[in-house]
Design a protein around this ligand. Structure first.
Ligand code: ZN
Ligand code: ZN
Length: 390
């Protein structure tokens, strides 16, 4: 509920009192981007802040409302511009009433000996007591669009590569099946606040004001809230949503499902559901964009002499040529053996093989002798360059 007292809307938006409508619009956009609930899910402080700046923007971006706010120091729908003008003049001239209080009933005012011009508190004090928290709680609502939802959807490694159907369980607000979003059951009852008169009396300092009943907006009747949705018009339901995954879908990709967000109110359209795809992992393959990475062990002989070895790819087995003198940790690229690109149809990523030389365990004397012989024939020190750089 909006409170109408003592708020510095200019400070909330971080603009000067002389700010142009354009400056206000820009300041609000900037602040809204920072504090929007979608950007700060579950952050109560940000939500509170967002409400504040929205309220400030609501008043300051409306020329008429802003004028009343500037003149009186707060804003209420129940203050007409003429009253605000009169108050501002009174403040400027330092004079005291008579002030035209528009639709207010000064019932009981004249009879009070203590009242009179000097009996006025500040106009602001009087109004703040009356209006704080009483701003149209049951104002008629027009169609309101439903809010968007965002979920992370983990998709199996192979489904992300080859495409297919996936599903996710979400909680979304649906139109209440009992009242069909009307939020009430149709039958009206007498307003308990004003007992059907449509007006309530409030004390402001020594004055009594008759004001429009805030509970029923002056109609004298309130509707029966729907028992299923408690007057919300929507109910939260858990739902399994099925969606399509295109071949080559990458981790972090966003999928938009139109109309699968929260239901709108009073016939407003439903919001959208945004899914952030998280692709699953694989014990052998690692996906990096459209490329596939994996580590393949090779023998010392294959590394030294070169060889053609069989390696796994996402399409099955394939042959990889190991050049003679391949070092452990070296990366060999197999062109177009990666994932089919979702954004560039017909193109594929590569498979990048990191070779890892497996050193043999020599369990017999003959093998060890051959290895020593090999060392004698190749006396190069592999650490030499290391010391040269010192
Ligand atoms: Zn009422
Ligand atoms: Zn309902």
């Amino acid at each position: 509920m909006a409170t109408t007292t003592n708020k510095d809307y200019y400070a909330m938006l971080g603009v000067k009192k002389t700010a142009t409508p354009e400056e206000i619009r820009k300041a609000f956009r900037k602040a809204a981007r920072r504090y929007h609930p979608d950007v700060n899910p579950g952050d109560k402080k940000a939500e509170e802040k967002f409400k504040e700046i929205s309220e400030a923007n609501d008043i300051l971006s409306d020329e008429k409302k802003r004028k009343i706010y500037d003149q009186v120091g707060f804003y209420s729908d129940q203050i007409d511009p003429a009253t605000a003008e009169a108050y501002a003049r009174q403040q400027r001239e330092g004079s005291r009433p008579p002030v035209d209080f528009g639709g207010f009933d000064f019932n009981g005012f004249s009879g009070d000996p203590g009242a009179g011009p000097q009996g006025f508190g500040s106009f602001k004090d009087i109004f703040s007591g009356i209006f704080s928290g009483a701003q149209h709680p049951h104002a008629p609502r027009g169609p309101q669009p439903g809010t968007d939802l965002e979920y992370q959807a983990t998709v199996d490694f192979w489904t992300a590569i080859r495409g297919g159907q996936a599903r996710i369980q979400i909680n979304r607000q649906e139109v209440c099946p009992t009242c069909h979003g009307q939020a009430h059951t149709g039958g009206a009852k007498t307003c308990t606040e004003c007992h059907g008169t449509g007006q309530v009396t409030q004390m402001g300092g020594r004055m009594k004001f008759n004001i429009t009943c805030p509970s029923c907006n002056g109609t004298g009747k309130t509707s029966n809230d729907c028992a299923t949705c408690h007057g919300e018009g929507t109910v939260t339901r858990s739902e399994t949503v099925e969606f399509r995954i295109n071949p080559g879908t990458r981790d972090g990709q966003r999928i938009r499902l139109q109309g699968k967000g929260n239901a709108g109110m009073n016939g407003g359209p439903a919001g959208d559901l945004f899914l952030i795809v998280r692709t699953g992992t694989h014990p052998v393959f690692t996906r990096l964009g459209d490329d596939i990475q994996l580590t393949v062990p090779i023998t010392v002989a294959e590394a030294a002499l070169g060889a053609k070895v069989e390696v796994p790819t996402i399409d099955g087995r394939a042959h990889l040529k190991i050049p003679p003198g391949t070092q452990s940790g070296q990366k060999l690229r197999m062109r177009e053996r990666g994932v089919e690109s979702a954004s560039h149809p017909g193109q594929r990523g590569d498979e990048i093989v990191t070779v890892e030389v497996a050193v043999p365990h020599l369990n017999d004397e003959r093998s060890r002798e051959i290895m020593r012989e090999l060392a004698r024939l190749n006396p190069d020190d592999p650490r030499k360059t290391l010391f040269d750089k010192l």
